[in-house]
Design a protein around this ligand. Structure first.
Ligand SMILES: Cc1cc2nc3c(=O)[nH]c(=O)nc-3n(C[C@H](O)[C@H](O)[C@H](O)COP(=O)(O)OP(=O)(O)OC[C@H]3O[C@@H](n4cnc5c(N)ncnc54)[C@H](O)[C@@H]3O)c2cc1C
Length: 325
């Protein structure tokens, strides 16, 4: 019996959220007195895979089939199911990314397992396998007991620190699920990659700089972009900003957009409507810049600056650039 962690790559590196899943998987393995293996799919640098040893992963099963470079749910499920069977894995750990949540759900059906998404804690294993889930857009927590033989956990992003278990390099084993063309029938004809700001993927970013209608128009977006560049952050926006075509829709965060949970979320000229907060309220630190002291976002903020964005943001950009020197 072992714990199997599915790790996702981006630009050949392992995503931060997958390093968190690896950390989680190793800690569960320790609780259960077993080892943690990872499975990786598509184009990921082998040295990045070997470094998973730092999170406590002892072995990585690596399926380098180039047809898997783009996400195809059924093919991914087949690879991970075969890896789980080979390793006799009873606990499967994913990041609660779009891919992780989708594959986790399909695997739960295929392996007759139980799935808990948005998990924020390690399991309590005395008298069951009880994990805590974040529910209702982060407004509440639910405890669930996974009672089936196979347990599938999608770990909420940024819910735990990446730990260095320090056990050296993981061994890499070539792995193949012997996929046929039939496994790729449902593959997308065209893959649309999300634009990234300075190579930073919005869903993985440590820092997000986000703008709202208070910025008046797309011609002022250099303020968001320059601050993001100075901080190594990704850019985001409120829904009306995307609806107005000031920014592309894949930058829209919130209930109907992307959910982000960076270490730092900087909101510029955003009122803080409940639908916006639903996608950002699990950020570790929230900084709000708004000229209206009554703006609802200040209630959710760790730090607030009451002021005109056109005065405040240039000063922040200057200060952030000075930090770099
Ligand atoms: C079903 C549904 C789903 C929705 N989903 C989402 C969602 O996913 N994401 C989302 O964002 N919204 C969503 N909305 C819309 C949401 O209710 C708000 O209307 C929206 O978030 C407001 O965007 P905003 O804060 O950019 O604009 P506004 O509400 O117009 O706020 C602009 C803010 O900028 C401030 N401001 C103005 N000028 C300046 C200045 N010079 N300097 C500093 N501050 C200034 C103002 O004081 C104000 O607080 C949804 C709504 C519905 C009904």
């Amino acid at each position: 019996m072992s714990v199997l962690v599915f790790v996702e790559g981006f630009n050949g590196e392992i995503k931060k959220s997958s390093l968190e899943a690896a950390t989680y998987g190793y800690q569960v393995a320790q609780q259960l007195g077993t080892s943690a293996t990872a499975v990786a799919i598509g184009e990921v640098h082998e040295d990045a895979l070997a470094k998973l040893g730092e999170q406590g992963i002892s072995k990585v099963l690596y399926d380098a089939d180039s047809r898997l470079n783009d996400f195809v749910a059924d093919a991914y499920v087949k690879v991970i199911a075969k890896a789980a069977q080979q390793e006799n894995a009873k606990v499967l750990v994913f990041s609660n990314s779009n891919i992780g949540a989708a594959v986790g759900a399909k695997l739960a059906v295929r392996l007759n397992g139980s799935l808990a998404t948005n998990v924020t804690t390690l399991p309590k294993t005395d008298g069951g396998f009880i994990v805590t889930r974040s529910v209702f857009s982060g407004k509440a927590f639910a405890e669930v007991n996974l009672t089936s033989d196979v347990k599938i956990i999608a770990v909420k992003k940024n819910a735990l620190e990446i730990a260095n278990a320090g056990s050296g390099a993981a061994t890499i084993e070539k792995f193949s699920a012997e996929l046929t063309d039939a496994d790729f029938v449902a593959a997308p004809k065209e893959t649309i990659m999300q634009d990234t700001s300075g190579g930073v993927l919005l869903t993985e970013a440590e820092i997000v700089v986000s703008g709202g209608r208070g910025l008046k128009g797309p011609e002022n977006w250099h303020l968001v972009e320059d601050l993001a560049k100075a901080l190594g952050a990704a850019t985001a926006c409120s829904k009306p900003v995307a609806d107005l075509d000031w920014r592309p829709h894949h930058e829209h965060v919130g209930q109907t957009g992307i959910a982000v949970s960076p270490n730092l979320y900087i909101a510029i000229g955003i009122s803080g409507a409940i639908q916006h907060l639903a996608g950002v309220n699990s950020s570790k630190v929230i900084v709000v810049i708004n000229k209206d002291p009554e703006a609802p976002f200040f209630k959710a903020a760790d730090y607030g600056i009451v002021g005109d964005a056109f005065d405040v943001v240039p000063k922040l950009i200057e200060a952030a650039r000075a930090l770099d020197k």
